[in-house]
Design a protein around this ligand. Structure first.
Ligand code: GTR
Length: 377
């Protein structure tokens, strides 16, 4: 079976000479030969990404984390859902802070599975809890109709999406002295997703064992890092996540590391060493996808989103499958890159290639839910 996936990779890879760091080999060269070896290899992989890409969090769950229900409506969406807006508060050396999380919980479902969106797009246009303004980016009505809780938080409230020398958001609250491996903004947003999950664990109306973390683009990089590093997420959905998300950096297709580090606040400083130096990277994003195994991973691309390298996103799922197979699961079951509109839903790694541009649309959401219906519900 292992031989099988390597074989596919060789056939599928656009450049046959693309050699990637091995998922199933420890840094000291020892082979990862059994499922028992995997937790140690997974934590090694996560540390590589902490140290070199997203940075090290100064804190996980703060000791004084609190949740306050600041808005609720048991008859939201014409009675189909209960709306809860929860304020998540905490403090650190830099003072106190909070952000909100929104939940539309279907009234017809006991202990509902959840789709949690890490939303980086304008709150008023995409996360309107009054539902006067509707957007395909967070299609609450459709999600609830299919029996899932539609949850979201606005990433900008956790940490602003701009380079401000880390003087605002959670960096202001938790950073001591900043070093080359200090967390960037993507790690801060992922940290926020985990704090929302901390709340979900306290609310019996939702099933904390069945939470999918979703994000698009920079939010997709966030959902992948959140879901890879926090194994309480049952399903991980990086949509059009591209460079530093699911796409393989060594392909150098579309956005490269040299290009993406113009967003100086997204990553830790150590990442800069890999700009125009991908060939020497001792890791690549397929390893991060593997860190989700054996949980559900759903990678989604769009045909016109060349900047995000759709085939590179797909190949990460193909390569990551080795870890799934080691753990006795099927990964991405696929013999070829799908045709536009095509999807692969058989194994624990799902994939689709939507027709169209860089975006998160109804088509994407329904495919995530089709996969979750079969695998997570
Ligand atoms: C682009 C960036 C991408 C992607 C995108 C987005 O400018 O180059 O990596 O994150 O923004 O978040 O929409």
């Amino acid at each position: 079976m292992k031989f099988f996936s390597v074989f596919f990779v060789l056939i599928l890879s656009a450049s046959a000479e693309l050699t990637l760091p091995e998922i199933l080999t420890f840094q000291n060269g020892k082979k990862v030969s059994s499922a028992e070896d995997w937790p140690a290899r997974r934590s090694e992989i996560l540390n590589i990404f902490r140290e070199n890409v997203y940075g090290v969090n100064p804190v996980e769950r703060p000791a004084d984390l609190t949740f306050e229900l600041i808005k609720s409506d048991a008859k939201a969406l014409d009675g189909a859902a209960t709306l809860k807006v929860v304020k998540i508060s905490f403090s650190g050396l830099g003072g106190k802070a909070s952000f909100k999380a929104n939940f539309f919980i279907p009234n017809a479902v006991k202990s509902a599975p959840v789709f949690l969106l890490a939303c980086h797009r304008t709150e008023s246009e995409n996360l309107d809890v009054t539902r006067k303004v509707k957007s395909d980016f967070w299609p609450v009505e459709a999600i609830v109709k299919r029996g899932y809780c539609a949850a979201s938080f606005y990433t900008g409230e956790v940490d602003p999406d701009k380079f401000d020398n880390f003087q605002n958001g959670v960096h202001k609250i938790f950073d001591k002295k900043r070093t080359k491996n200090s967390w960037g903004t993507i790690a801060a947003w992922a940290w926020g997703a985990s704090r929302v999950l901390d709340y979900i664990e306290t609310d019996l109306a939702m099933d904390a064992q069945k939470v999918a973390i979703v994000g698009h683009s920079r939010g997709g990089k966030t959902s992948l890092w959140a879901g890879a590093s926090d194994d309480r997420f049952a399903m991980v959905v990086p949509n059009n996540s591209g460079c530093s998300g699911a796409a393989i950096s060594k392909r150098k297709e579309g956005e490269t590391i040299a290009k993406i580090i113009r967003f100086k606040h997204w990553f830790c400083k150590n990442y800069n060493a890999f700009a125009n130096n991908e060939d020497n990277m001792p890791f690549d994003q397929h390893m991060l996808c593997a860190a989700v195994a054996p949980r559900l991973l759903y990678i989604s691309s769009a045909t016109q989103d060349k900047w995000a390298d759709p085939e590179g996103e797909y190949l990460s799922g193909v390569y990551a499958s080795q870890a799934y197979e080691l753990l006795g699961k099927k990964g991405l079951v696929s013999e070829s890159f799908p045709k536009p509109g095509g999807f692969r839903h058989e194994g624990n790694v799902g994939y689709h290639l939507r027709n169209g541009k860089h975006n998160l649309t109804s088509f994407d959401w329904h495919k995530f839910m089709d996969f979750a219906d079969a695998k997570m519900k």
